[in-house]
Design a binder for this molecule. Structure first.
Ligand SMILES: NC(=O)c1ccc[n+]([C@@H]2O[C@H](COP(=O)([O-])OP(=O)(O)OC[C@H]3O[C@@H](n4cnc5c(N)ncnc54)[C@H](OP(=O)(O)O)[C@@H]3O)[C@@H](O)[C@H]2O)c1
Length: 218
């Protein structure tokens, strides 16, 4: 596949490197072509990796990974443009974190709405799937770093879009992939962040994740 990575932070770089390593063609986007983080990543990630603007990345992409700061996600998609996004599967890894009052951050959207739904409303012809926002970037692409199998979630209204994203998760090694249902279920996974941040502090590491165990499971 040709995959667009929107975001040059640790999530974008982790996803980009893993996907390039799996044989995909990966284009990392940022606000400016020639962004040092994007250029350095492309030089390190092999011949199938390149960098450009957010719009350069999405042009021709079979899958778009949205990994920008949550507060700027809508503006970034606006830089790409609704026409280019129409029909694209957008895996949304962002979180609606508000750091304006310092640590710990609060959520700038919650309870009766989610960032994923807000983005879907703004770009109705794109096909959003919320996933991977519940854990640290290194674990997103390599769940085997943990000693036991753990869970990752999918939320989305488009079954074919979710199937494409599920395939990517399976290629990373994810086995417990919990389909929560429609995109509004992202309200749940985005609301996990306040507890995730406190666990990070209490455990002294970001390398942890949820495991879902039901009565009756073997
Ligand atoms: N870090 C984690 O382990 C983790 C885990 C789960 C979810 N997440 C979520 O994943 C997303 C990415 O996190 P991250 O830590 O990799 O990176 P980040 O620092 O949150 O975001 C980096 C990206 O945001 C863009 N950006 C920053 N300011 C902007 C502005 N004013 N206008 C437009 N774009 C702007 C940057 O664009 P340029 O490239 O142009 O500079 C860059 O591509 C976040 O929403 C975060 O909450 C992170």
């Amino acid at each position: 596949m040709q995959i667009a990575i929107l975001g040059t932070g640790m999530v974008g770089r982790a996803l980009g490197s893993r996907l390039a390593g799996l044989g995909h063609t990966v284009v990392m986007g940022s606000r400016q072509a020639g962004n040092p983080a994007g250029t350095a990543w492309a030089e390190s990630a092999g011949p199938a990796a390149s960098a450009g603007t957010f719009a350069d990345a999405v042009a021709g992409a079979d899958l778009v990974i949205l990994a920008t700061k949550g507060e700027h996600a809508q503006a970034v998609l606006g830089m790409v443009g609704a026409d280019l996004l129409a029909g694209k599967v957008v895996a949304d890894l962002t979180n609606p974190l508000d750091f304006s009052q310092g640590m710990p951050p609060s959520l700038f959207i919650s309870n009766t709405d989610s960032l994923a739904e807000r983005l879907q409303r703004a770009f109705p012809e794109a096909r959003f799937v919320k996933t991977l926002n519940t854990l640290n970037a290194d674990l997103m692409v390599d769940p085997g770093r943990l000693p036991e199998p753990t869970a990752v979630f999918l939320s989305g209204d488009d079954a074919a879009a979710k199937a494409l994203v599920r395939g990517m998760l399976e290629s990373f090694g994810w086995a417990q992939i919990v389909d929560l249902g429609g995109l509004s279920t992202a309200r749940g996974t985005e609301s996990w962040l306040p507890l995730w941040i406190r666990l990070w502090g209490a455990l002294g590491t970001a390398s942890f994740n949820l495991r879902i165990v039901r009565e009756g499971d073997a």
